[in-house]
Each structure stands twice: as C-alpha cells, then as structure tokens.
Ligand binder design. Structure first.
Ligand code: SAM
Length: 249
C-alpha cells in the first residue's frame, strides 16, 4: 500500500514512521509512506500557502492552489484514487472505515493547519473528509498518523500473528477481551484459571464472553449483528447480572 501525505510539517512524521511495527512495515516494503510539502507548489517566491479568511476572523486559511497542484502532481505519478482531507468536520474514523481503506492500493492524506483548508479543495480534488474524533488538534499530522498506523495493522504480515489483529477491539465490532501475562498472581489477584488450562476451545469461549461482557458494560451500542453463539453468551451474561442483583442487599 502506498500513502502520500501532504503536510507543511514533514518533520512531525520522522520518528513515528521509523518506530515499532509501523517502522518495520515500511522497512519491509509492505507500506510506502511519502511526504510532500505543499509549499513546494506555492506560486510565489515567499512559498506562501495560506491567507486571511474571507469575511474576517481569526487565523489563516490554507489556500486551494498549492494543495490542488500538489495532489495533481501525485495523481499523474501514481494514478491515486482516494484523496482524504483530515478534518474535525469529516466522517468519524472507525475500524469499519479503516478496513475499507486498507483494501486500497494507494491513498493521499491532506493535513490541514491554521483555521483549516479552503472549502473548495474538497470538490476540486473529489476528496473525502475524515475526522479522528470530536476534538480539535492544531494540525492534521497526528490524525494522518493515526490513520496510517491503523491501516498498517491490517496489511498482511505487519502484525506477526493475524489472530492478534482479529481479536483487537472493534475488529469484529466488539471491544477486545482483557489480557493477562506473568506473574500468575499480582497483588492477590490471580489470572483467570481458564487461561492457564491449555484448553484452547475453553479459552476461545472465555475470551469471546469477556469481549461481550466488556462491550455490554461499556459500549452496548456495539452489540449488533451477533451470531447464535454470541447471543447465547450474552444471555448467560444477562442471567449472571440478574443473579447478582438478587444477591445484592
Ligand atoms: N477551524 C477548524 C474547525 O473548527 O473545524 C479546525 C482547524 S484545526 C485547528 C487545523 C487542522 O487540524 C484541520 O484543518 C485538520 O486538518 C486538523 N485536525 C484538527 N482536529 C482534527 C480531527 N479531530 N480530526 C482530523 N483532523 C483534525
């Protein structure tokens, strides 16, 4: 997968793109990330890419010209299909959208700065808009990194054991189950016995039930489209909760 990122601050990307699993994915050629500075496409000698907002108000707005020219230059090189503007006004990034984007061969991500990007860029580029959440950062660079790292986990071979991707929270719509490692007891709290049993079927069932328990408690909105086994486990959880209520004084 190839991702081109347009940013006025390429230096923000240097360490994150080299570290850990993402760094390895890039080093092994499973993902290519290239950075383009829209200033290189500015039309004046001051390399200007922003101007004051029409109608007045605080801050500066990123201009259409350099951004559109920069993306068009990449399109001719790579026949890029999807252009994504990182913006708090966009569609909220979730695992389903990430899965869809991970199937693409190439993407362009555009990072805004200042008060944002001139609205006409969206149409000029046929771009989609994506937000990483309902809060505002100073620039699109961290949102772009969030997206890149999320996509990298879904590329074959990036995470050594595919099972760990499949059991991630949200991968199949639920929160993930709790995880434990050595020691078997910490501050008097033991690891659930089933995890030490070596019984893979029982462990799989326990994990699924705990994923459902966490989702039921924290994100009941995600409990949709459950299969028969999930429904049965959920019914067990409901019964346990009803039993707990009866016992409580
Ligand atoms: N004035 C804009 C608004 O109210 O929507 C916010 C501009 S923000 C200070 C500057 C840039 O940061 C945006 O153009 C966008 O690229 C990026 N950004 C900030 N928060 C974001 C978020 N939650 N998701 C994606 N991008 C974000």
């Amino acid at each position: 997968m190839r991702i081109d990122i347009l940013t006025l601050f390429p230096e923000i990307f240097s360490d994150p793109l080299q570290a850990s699993l993402l760094g390895k994915a890039i080093e092994e050629g499973r993902m290519t990330v290239a950075l383009t500075d829209p200033r290189d496409f500015a039309q004046d000698r001051h390399r200007r890419v922003d101007d004051a907002p029409y109608g007045g108000g605080a801050g500066m707005v990123m201009q259409c010209g350099p951004l559109v020219a920069a993306v068009e230059s990449l399109r001719t090189k790579n026949s890029l299909r999807r252009v994504i503007l990182m913006t708090p006004r966009g569609r909220r990034l979730d695992q389903a959208l990430a899965k869809e984007l991970a199937a693409e061969e190439d993407l362009v991500l555009v990072c805004g700065r200042y008060e944002g990007i001139d609205e006409r860029v969206v149409n000029a580029l046929g771009a989609e808009e994506i937000s990483i959440g309902d809060y505002v950062l100073s620039g699109g660079e961290l949102p772009a990194l969030v997206l890149v790292e999320t996509l990298s986990r879904m590329l074959p071979g990036v995470v050594g054991d595919w099972e760990s991707v499949e059991t991630d929270s949200f991968y199949d719509g639920l929160l993930g189950p709790p995880q434990y490692t050595r020691p078997p007891e910490f501050q008097g709290v033991p690891v659930p016995e089933v995890l030490l049993s070596g019984n893979h079927a029982a462990i799989r069932r326990w994990r699924r039930k705990e994923a459902l328990r966490a989702t039921r408690a924290r994100r009941p909105d995600l409990l949709v489209g459950l299969n028969d086994e999930d429904k049965k486990l959920l019914a067990e959880l409901e019964n346990e909760a009803a039993g707990d209520k009866e016992i409580a004084p």
